[in-house]
Structures are given as C-alpha cells and as structure tokens.
Design a protein around this ligand. Sequence first.
Ligand code: ATP
Length: 550
Amino acid sequence: MQLLLPLGFFPESLNGPTSSRLISLVVFCFKRLNMGDWAKKAEDQEVSKLVDQLNIESGSPYSQNNKSSDSNLPDPNSGEDGEPDVADPAETSLLIKILGKGLVNTKLSLDIQQKNPNSPLHSIKTFEALHLKASLLKGIYAMGFNTPSKIQETALPTLLADPPQNMIAQSQSGTGKTAAFVLAMLSRVNIGLNHPQVLCLSPTYELAIQTGEVAARMGQFCPDIKLRFAVRGEEVDRSKKIEEHILIGTPGKLLDWGLKFRLFDMKKITVFVLDEADVMIATQGHHDQCIRIHKMLRPECQMLFFSATYDKEVMDFARLIVADPTIIRLMREEESLDNIKQYYVKCKNEDNKYNAIQNIYGCISIGQAIIFCHLDQKQLALFSHCMTRSTRGRMVKTSAYGVSRCGFGLSETRRTAAWLAAKMTSDGHSVAVLSGDLTVEQRLAVLDRFRSGLEKVLITTNVLSRGIDIEQVTIVVNFDLPVDVRGNADCETYLHRIGRTGRFGKSGIAINLITDEKSMKVCTDIEKHFKKKIEILNTDSADDIEKIGT
Ligand SMILES: Nc1ncnc2c1ncn2[C@@H]1O[C@H](COP(=O)(O)OP(=O)(O)OP(=O)(O)O)[C@@H](O)[C@H]1O
C-alpha cells in the first residue's frame, strides 16, 4: 500500500517552502491511509425518492438560471437588474429541501447526522453512484469519507456531467464544498496532456495550500495527476512552460504566471474554480485579478463558484459572468448551522472582555480556540516588526514572545492581538497570533503549529476567517465583532468566522464579546440577518458557562 503513495502527484520542479510541505504531506497522507473504511454505504429511501421527484418535477436535477454568457463583462458596479435576493423559490425549492436544513442536534454523532434527512450532511447516494474513476474512489475512502454530504451529493452529478456544466454553489461552512470541487477538478484532468487544465483560485495563501493538500490526499492513488501551487514564495523557471495539470493558488500569482510570463495558456484551461467566490468577487484587488483571468478563458471552460455566503450583488454579478449556471442556494435562515451555538457576553470594557474569556476557560474544557480581533494597521506593523526581530525567522511561542521582548505599548493599544496574546500567555495558555502582516512562511508555520495542537489558542484577524479547516476547534470568540468600513455588521464575515468551529457536523460554540451599544447593535443586526438567536451568556456565573459546555 505504501507504494501507492502519490509521489508522482508532486511536481518535480518544486523548491522552496512548498516542496518541503509536500514531502511532509506524503508522510501525512501515508499516516492517514485508512483502507478499512471501504465498505460502509448508506442509502436513504425517503430522500432518494425526493431526489427522484426532483428529477421528475423540475426536468433537471437542479435549478437553471439562463443568464447571458456574454464574455464582455458588465461593469461590476452597475448591477441594476433587480434580481431577487435569493434564487427564484420556484426554481430552487426542491434543492433547498435537500440542502437547506440546518443540523438538528449538535450531540449526534456524525454517522447519525448523515442518516438524518434533515441534516445538510445527510447523504442520499453513495460515492459509487457517481461512477468515479476507481483510483479517485479509493482516495475518497482513504480520506475516511464514507458517504457524500448534501452539497457533494447534490453538486457532484452536475460537476462531473458531460458536457461540463457551470455551477454557482452555496452550502454552509464545513459541509464539504472543498472536497466536492476538488473531486471535480481531479476527475476532469486529462493526463495525456502536459499542461495546466484546471485553475483553482483561493483568496489566501493558507487556503490555497489547504486546498492543495485536500487534492493531494484525494488524488493519492492517481500518481499521474500533477498539481502545483501558485502562491507567494513559489519560484518558477520562466524559460520553461508549466506542465502540471492543476494549478491552485492566489489570483495575483496565477495572473503573473499565465499572463505576464505566459508560462501556461489560459485558453487550454477546462475547469476554473473560484473558491470563496463572493469575497473573490467583492474584494477590489481580487475582483480585478479574477476578472482578468476569467476574461482570458474560453467560453467552454467549466466555471465553478463556491462559497458559504453570497450577498445579492455578488450573486447577481456571478450570474452575469457564469453562463447557464446550475445554482445551489440556501435560504437566509438556513445559512447558519444549528450545531454552532451562538452567544454574546456583555462586558464593561476591554479588560472585562478578557475576564470573560478567563471565566469560560475556567469552567469548560476547550479543545482549541480561535479568537478574532480587529487589528489596526499601525499596531500590526509594529507588532510584526517586533516579531520578526525577536524570533529571527523561527516561530517559537511566536506572538506573545515577540510582544514581551519588544515592549509593545500595552497601555494605550490594549485592543490588540498582541495585548491579548501576552495576557493569555502569562495566564499559562499556549497562544499563537496570525495576521496578514506576517510573511507567508511565518503564517504557515503558525498555522501548522496550531493545526498540530502545539498551540491551543490562535488569535487572528479576518485573514483566517474563511475556509480554514481545523477539526479540533471547539470555540470561536469574536473579541471584536466583524464590521464593514462603515462600522456596520459584516454578516458574511461573521458566518465564515464562526464556521471555523462545528466542522462537518461537530458541535461548536461561538462567543461574541460586546462592550457598548454599538457592538450590541452589530450583534443584533447579525442575529436579525440570519434569523438565528444569539443567546446571552453571563460569564460571571459558572453554572451558566457550564451549561454551554454540555
Ligand atoms: N463526505 C465526507 N465525509 C466525511 N468528512 C467529510 C466529507 N466531506 C468533507 N469532509 C470533511 O469535512 C470537513 C469540512 O469540509 P470542507 O473543508 O470541504 O468544507 P467547506 O464546506 O469547504 O467549508 P468552508 O465553507 O469553511 O470552506 C473537512 O475536514 C473534510 O475533510
């Protein structure tokens, strides 16, 4: 079995940090090989009937929104077509029946949840039913996936269909979107052709690496499929065309390689995946780069957009640039998962916020925690400078260590990750800080240490709000609630942040720390937006805290 490891999967020419990551990934894949899980197959008659019904009633398994395929892209700011906020209910009601139900009980085991037709993790069919290549099926089972989740079961037949169909898909955080599009990417590769055929764009370095790791694991029995990361720090020989089949990376790097250096031909791309599509469309820098790439692709290229959230403008825009997409959407109240219990804590001031965290830690056992802060640029720059100097490239006890060494201005800049990290460290917690201001190597090192459990608390910013998949995270704390530039609730970011816990049906806790009317209003607006209760938690009461931990 060891001989089947995906050595051929890894590009020969990789050097730098990513290649060593790939080596450890081989080891990782090897460790995780679990061929004992082959057998389990769950069929649920009732929901199978629903799907059959769906086929009959809609004439197509999925909603079709036949928008223009015009490759002359419209002005993203002009969006005046007045489309409804959610997809036409008549078109999507059946889909929503399958996808939209929240998880019902956080305490149920994964298996039970997957058998529950009301759970978005419920599987209607088996992976075999998708008629995948045997080597891919083997990879899926080796990852421990027995049955597809709802998004996988619903999306994969369309993703794998011939002729290829475009898709704009939404499913809640941690329900298996990445695995779905990665499977589609791997299935589409023609190993007879030695050039890039699949592009997968991620908003951050970490997410690109994580997606590549999923692809490597899933493709571990497909040694001929080659993948390459197109991320910051990844060197490329400009005199040689890229030969790997799949490129996963950030838009800027892919644009450099494809357009500036012409190291591969965009016209030969057959699958284009936009992960976290809404942020890729809505964020200025990403938007421009993604659209430039998109414009260079052939109209026949399969476009796959995935995210847990799409606001109206983003969805309208996506529907304009993706020709005839199959759209899988959730209703607003179904976007947040019931397995993530949400609370808010009223605090008098920043110090009091810290006390709330202390009290929670004192009363319940927490696997790993992610704490989201707002960091202003000045603080970040100073903090990062201190860290670089104090650690000399090594990431040991990163943040707090660096902070104390450089004498970070604790008094007036209390509301910072550094301040929080220092305080938590002095209380005996093992803490790491990850912000967009670190070098990519530092960021990856911090994340790796946290992922492997060396640090139990990760203090971070929105840079890690999306996609990062760490099973052991049981609690997410919004030390500062996410707001947009005008100070209004940033509901999408909130949902992605809390989605770092409660992965694939596990139970999770999200805690929002509130200090004033402004932050209370943000919290209430988020509650109203998702139509999901955020309960008050009194962290001065051990009894109350214990209740949330049960
Ligand atoms: N069919 C499956 N069976 C068991 N586990 C699965 C299955 N599909 C995905 N998973 C696991 O569930 C976790 C979440 O999956 P994934 O990261 O694909 O979710 P996502 O929807 O992309 O999340 P996000 O919205 O945060 O990006 C991962 O650890 C993944 O390995």
